[in-house]
Design a binder for this molecule. Structure first.
Ligand code: ASP
Length: 350
């Protein structure tokens, strides 16, 4: 209903009633404005490469340039698929593969080490159209865990496979396997040594405060030209995690969620909190039940719910209209988005 129609209704009401409406009735009617339905963007995507203590003062121009270039390369991979009418699911996988294959991020090649000095990877994937989902956890030899998560969704009767079973399944699906040594990188090893030394001094929880490289998960959320949403998350977990610890990244509703009726989300941060507060699902539920917009729902969960609980991290998200929200409660979050004719890549608080 247009504003002028509304005015006519109020006007008519005023003069047709024997008892003229009270001033308060008029105000109520006059302030009702039917929201025009939002127009859906042709496509949209958002990515992250982890949140954490990412400070300008600790960054060299070279490092900053390397992150920016890799985030752009990841966006290129997904956007070219979305632009040409490909699916959100394909875009999510292609985007995450770029970051998994880079040692810069804590996923695939740059995965962090467990307390045991091993690399154990987790990933999840969700299709917003069908609410089908797939995840793998604690794998040690799958080059691209996100591909295995998708395969679990599409080629098995299950949602999550872990450890040896997940590895065997990935092999049967013909997914690329690597020697676990492939995941070894010097900077992640140094980070483990540092974290262990701090733990001796302060205890496990307290060492997290000083652990600059504790996060760094990667993720992507996308909306395709058909209006379908998808999300994926891939990680090495948290530096110095106990072996066989499983974080939020492979937990549907915590580290990843997609629903065509609301939004697609990928999380990064202190996984235990994201699991306990069902972060990704909570954001989607606020949109569904409270009719909040994406920005409000995501902002509330990341900046209020998580902050009150003491959980650090952030999320990236795209809603069914192609709106993007990327809130975080840490110093920085590697992140970016792409829509037709519009792109942004960021590291720190803007
Ligand atoms: N959320 C991940 C985990 O707890 C860590 C990260 O986001 O980097 O395993």
């Amino acid at each position: 209903m247009k504003k002028y129609t509304l005015f006519l209704v109020v006007f008519t009401l005023c003069f047709s009633c024997k008892n003229a409406p009270k001033e308060s009735d008029i105000t109520t009617l006059a302030t009702i404005e039917e929201k025009a339905p939002q127009k859906r963007a042709e496509y949209a995507m958002a990515i992250h490469g982890g949140a954490g203590t990412i400070l300008r003062k600790n960054m060299t121009p070279e490092k900053e340039a390397a992150f920016t270039a890799k985030l752009n390369e990841a966006l290129d991979a997904g956007e070219s698929i979305l632009k040409s009418g490909g699916t959100a699911m394909d875009a999510v996988v292609a985007t995450i593969n770029v970051m998994e294959n880079s040692p810069l991020f804590n996923a695939g090649k740059g995965a962090v080490f467990t307390n045991h000095g091993t690399n154990e990877l987790d990933a999840s994937f969700m299709d917003g159209k069908t609410l089908n989902a797939g995840a793998i956890s604690g794998v040690t030899n799958i080059k691209n865990p996100i591909n295995a998560a998708r395969a679990v969704m599409e080629k098995s009767n299950h949602v999550m496979l872990s450890g040896e079973g997940a590895e065997k399944f990935a092999k049967e699906q013909g997914l690329e396997q690597v020697n676990p040594k492939y995941f070894w990188t010097q900077h992640r090893w140094d980070a483990l040594e540092k974290a262990k030394a701090k733990e001796m001094q302060l205890g496990y929880h307290e060492q997290l405060e000083f652990n600059d490289w504790k996060y760094g998960t990667v993720g992507c959320a996308a909306l395709d030209k058909d209006g379908n949403l998808a999300a994926g998350t891939s990680t090495g977990g948290m530096t110095n995690k106990r072996f066989n610890r499983i974080g939020d990244a492979p937990i549907i509703g915590a580290g990843c969620y997609a629903n065509n009726n609301t939004c697609a989300i990928s999380s990064t941060g202190h996984g235990e909190y994201f699991i306990r507060y069902a972060v990704a699902h909570d954001i989607s539920s606020r949109i569904a039940y409270l009719k909040e917009d994406l920005e409000t729902a995501a902002g509330h969960v990341v900046k209020k719910t998580l902050v009150d609980a003491g959980g650090s991290g952030g999320i990236i998200s795209v809603d069914k209209y192609g709106n993007v929200a990327m809130p975080f409660n840490t110093a920085g979050m590697y992140r970016g988005y792409a829509k037709p004719g519009d792109r942004g890549v960021f590291i720190y608080e803007e």
